[in-house]
Design a binder for this molecule. Structure first.
Ligand code: PA5
Length: 398
């Protein structure tokens, strides 16, 4: 169960025009382009869920040490967010999931290749377009290692890409790799509940049925998503252009990064949009907390409040969970005095079901926010532009 609490941000919480709301609902739920994520049954089919579970069971049976997930942006952030949010902070559970393809650091890849030496490794490369530079370079190097190391390398590489004949798909066909098809009517940042996110998530031991159940039942939060999107819209009009996605549980940092990408890529266009920044408390209370209290009045905070996570008590028998939430409320009060308002999103407990609900709720908020700004929520021309320029330059150096 999730609840929106706007008590620290009331002045920005006014009702949204009903006609505008109906117009947006129609755009979301009437099979418009790139909105297949609004329906879980068009996000992932029963057959795909079955296939994911077969691959997961094989990997577990073969006692695989490491799954390397190669992808960037929407092709990895959601899976990482789910895995980090739901797994323990410290664990020696196998397989270890390692994300690669998010950097062009030679040092990182060199270290990774050394680290996997002698271990039982599988690879899942994920790219909708099949031609993203970071993913392609990383996959080339890892594929080369797999070919040199395993006679059965073909069984160890799973390719998640578009059905179209892109270069990654062509390679998968030539090598006869196992493939999963990225849904065509869903963009990268809205795809973590499809085959894009769910294969690594399932392999990490998370119950994907419960995650999908949570998302499937989250259309009930449509009104809350309108409230949150409208508050953000009103804040932006008042020049509140920086949103601190604030969490008090460090393993939710990747979830914060996923939300930042979802909001940033969806709404940051045409000279509009709020800059989302992941913010971990209480750590950052001792760094940027000063700015939020007394700096420029351009920020607001969206705070994820988890009501139940641990039963550990301090030596004085005060529950740490209670203490964390006392700090959360007092920080919101202090920052409001300093004219940085906070919106609180309360979650009873972080588990597969509530995380599924939250993911769908943030999907809705991002898309509604895009429609309120009258921009296309589902493209990312800015990202495409840098990809294009790099590829042009590479023609000169290759
Ligand atoms: O959300 C998006 O669409 C982007 O962040 C893409 O996911 C990212 O650029 C990676 O693209 P691809 O999956 O085509 O490699």
């Amino acid at each position: 169960m999730i609840r929106i609490n706007s008590r620290y941000i009331k002045e920005y919480d006014n009702p949204i025009d009903t006609n505008r709301k109906d117009e947006i609902k129609e755009k979301l739920f009437s099979n418009h382009p790139m909105t297949a994520w609004t329906n879980i049954d068009t996000t992932i089919s029963k057959e795909e869920i079955k296939k994911i579970k077969i691959i997961r069971d094989k990997i577990i049976k073969e006692k695989v040490d490491i799954l390397i997930v190669i992808g960037i942006g929407g092709s990895f952030l959601g899976a990482k967010a789910i895995i980090d949010s739901l797994n323990p902070y410290f664990s020696s559970k196998k397989p270890e999931i390692i994300f690669a393809g998010t950097t062009l650091s030679g040092k990182y890849l060199e270290n990774l290749l050394n680290y996997i030496e002698g271990k039982n490794v599988y690879v899942n490369v994920i790219s909708k377009s099949g031609n993203t530079l970071e993913t392609a370079i990383t996959f080339d190097l890892i594929e080369d290692y797999m070919k040199k190391t395993y006679t059965n390398y073909k069984e160890r590489i799973i390719v998640t890409t578009d059905k179209e004949n892109n270069s990654l798909r062509k390679k998968a066909v030539v090598e006869n790799y196992e493939t999963l098809n990225v849904p065509q009517n869903i963009g990268g940042r809205f795809s973590c509940l499809s085959v894009v996110g769910l294969l690594p998530v399932a392999i990490s031991g998370i119950d994907i049925d419960k995650l999908l159940d949570g998302a499937r039942n989250a259309t009930k939060y449509l009104d809350d998503a309108f409230i949150y999107a409208n508050i953000r819209y009103n804040l932006e009009k008042e020049n509140r252009v920086v949103e601190l996605i604030t969490i008090y549980e460090e393993n939710l940092e990747s979830f914060g990064s996923w939300i930042s990408q979802l909001f940033g890529e969806t709404q940051g266009k045409n000279g509009l949009g709020i800059l989302p920044v992941t913010n971990v408390y209480t750590k950052n209370l001792h760094s940027i907390g000063q700015y939020l209290q007394e700096g420029r009045k351009i920020c607001f905070e969206t705070v994820l409040k988890i009501l139940k996570s641990s039963s550990l008590q301090t030596k004085e028998k005060l529950s740490l969970q209670k203490l964390n939430n006392i700090v959360l409320e007092q920080v919101a009060t202090a920052h409001k005095e300093g004219q940085t308002p906070s919106l609180i999103i309360e979650v009873d407990e972080m588990n597969e079901y509530t995380l599924g609900e939250l993911i769908y709720f943030f999907f809705l908020t991002a898309a509604i926010g895009g429609y309120l700004l009258e921009i296309n929520p589902f493209n990312q021309p800015g990202v495409e532009r840098y990809k294009y320029l790099v590829n042009e330059e590479l023609k000169n150096v290759r």
